[in-house]
Design a binder for this molecule. Structure first.
Ligand SMILES: Nc1ncnc2c1ncn2[C@@H]1O[C@H](COP(=O)(O)OP(=O)(O)OP(=O)(O)O)[C@@H](O)[C@H]1O
Ligand SMILES: [Mg+2]
Length: 460
């Protein structure tokens, strides 16, 4: 594999070339964007490692030059701690990855090893023979044929080839987890593990050992070595579900691991190299969470390299019959009661519903209508009945932060925990124990509410 180093500082350039050669790759080096542009078309390198600050431009210019040169050169940009944002820009322009300076050997080794693997494989090694989503009505198990979904499929296929972190947003039930699994499935990591963690549901006391694993004897009860989430996901994809719910202490730990790309088991001294593809999801506005300072900006930039917004079901109503039939055959496969279709009026009532719970709500509705109908077709009455059922209504906040809500008194000197407990108790009281509504008012997930109730030993 051929590596081109683009670095203006002679000392750093030579050191980098030495290191690349030591790792067993061919290396050449230049110091400016102009020379890099020439070298890219003359040498046709497989990988280009480019510093972000160059005398006649920046790493993003090198990314563009690599694109213009054709071929399939993967550009890795080097950036200082202060300019992660420009690195993110470079990723958006098509850079393969970015590495932090001072460069750690482990980081470079991992990145180059992975690129070399890619180089050895046939180019564009997506699962062969994947049918066109428009005619297949979906992409690898993710159903849809509407214009917004075809756009999602186009982006998914493209991002799957890169190693860039993906940030998936969309309303609850819109298919964020399905989309994350699809990216994994279409990526080079498909045969490696796909591990999902719910960031709001990790127990604060166990978090270290959950994520990093532990050595035998690391603490009382650690009677053998246990691999943590990072280790289990290594080589594969780590899905950070509900990432906005990640507690601040955990955000710091995460950032550190992502920056160094190494981690240690609790009670261990061995530094383990991390090689994971990150996908995060949220049904809340992440930029807003950053503005409110509940989510760290530096972590946000690292995760938000490739944002992907999933449409609501309301925005793609033409997919409803397709999805409904898909879920019907899924259920029929299991239950085998002899259903094969919907009465036309059943699909009509589905088409006029607003689906606040999106695809998940549709899936549940089909299941319930299945139970209420007699074969061979899902009956119109059954479909109408499950839609009027209030169990499907997602409660809206009455008037969040409105003056009609009771007040809670807090004093300087009280711990945040006490304050949180007070607000939680008062909110639950105000909504007569409706945890879903409390979650909505407090802007957290339902799971978080349950966790907090457990944490504070309040009645669940
Ligand atoms: N495009 C789709 N094709 C097939 N099934 C889908 C699709 N989108 C969602 N589903 C199904 O709908 C349900 C909800 O999807 P998923 O869990 O991915 O939603 P989500 O956006 O992660 O929701 P939440 O925010 O509540 O976690 C799942 O059962 C999933 O299989
Ligand atoms: Mg989800």
């Amino acid at each position: 594999m051929n590596v081109l180093v683009v670095e203006d500082e002679p000392g750093a350039r030579e050191a980098l070339v030495e290191l690349v050669k030591e790792l067993g790759y061919d290396a050449s080096a230049v110091g400016t964007v102009a020379d890099a542009t020439a070298a890219l078309s003359r040498l046709r390198p497989d990988v280009c490692i480019a510093d972000l600050g160059l005398p006649d431009g920046d790493g993003i210019d090198v990314v563009r030059a690599a694109k213009n040169a054709g071929g399939d050169c993967a550009v890795v940009v080097l950036t200082g701690r202060g300019s992660v944002r420009s690195a993110v820009e470079a990723m958006k322009a098509g850079a393969h990855d970015f590495l932090l300076k001072p460069l750690r050997t482990a980081q470079l080794t991992a990145t180059l090893a992975q690129l070399s693997e890619r180089h050895d494989e046939a180019r564009g090694n997506l699962p062969a023979g994947l049918p066109d989503p428009a005619s297949a009505g979906g992409l690898a198990g993710m159903i849809g044929r509407s214009a917004p979904m075809l756009e999602v499929f186009r982006l998914l296929t493209r991002v799957a080839r890169s190693n860039a972190p993906v940030m998936i947003t969309g309303e609850s039930g819109s298919g964020k987890e399905v989309a994350a699994a699809t990216v994994h499935l279409l990526s080079r990591r498909a045969r490696q593990p796909f591990i999902a963690i719910n960031c709001g549901a990790i127990s604060p006391t166990l978090v270290e050992s959950e994520l990093f694993g532990h050595e035998k004897g690391a603490f009382t009860g650690a009677d053998r070595r246990r691999a943590g989430t990072f280790e289990m996901a290594n080589g594969g994809t780590l899905f950070l579900d509900e990432v906005t719910e990640m507690p601040p202490e955990l955000q710091v730990k995460f950032l550190r691991v992502l920056e160094t790309r190494t981690f240690r088991r609790v009670g261990g001294s061995e530094e383990l190299d991390l090689d994971i593809r990150l996908i995060a999801s949220s049904n809340r506005d992440l930029a807003e969470a950053v503005r409110m300072e509940t989510f760290r900006a530096d972590l946000f930039y690292r995760l938000n390299v490739f944002p992907l917004r999933l449409p609501t079901l309301r925005e793609r109503k033409e997919d409803i019959p397709l999805l409904a039939n898909h879920f019907l055959s899924e259920i029929e496969e299991k239950e085998r009661r002899g259903f094969s279709s919907f009465e036309p009026r059943a699909l009509e009532s589905f088409a006029t519903h607003s689906w606040p719970g999106n695809v998940r709500e549709l899936k549940n509705a089909v299941h319930r209508a299945y139970v209420l109908s007699d074969p061979p077709a899902i009956e119109a009455e059954a479909a109408a009945a499950v839609l009027t059922d209030s169990a499907f209504e997602t409660p809206r906040p009455l008037a969040g932060g409105d003056d009609s809500w009771p007040r809670v008194e807090v004093r300087v000197g009280e711990t945040l925990q006490t304050i949180e407990k007070k607000v939680l108790t008062a909110t639950l009281h105000a909504v007569k124990g409706d945890k879903r509504q409390a979650a909505e008012l407090l802007g957290v997930s339902l799971k978080t509410i349950y966790n907090k109730l457990k944490e504070y030993q309040l009645e669940a």
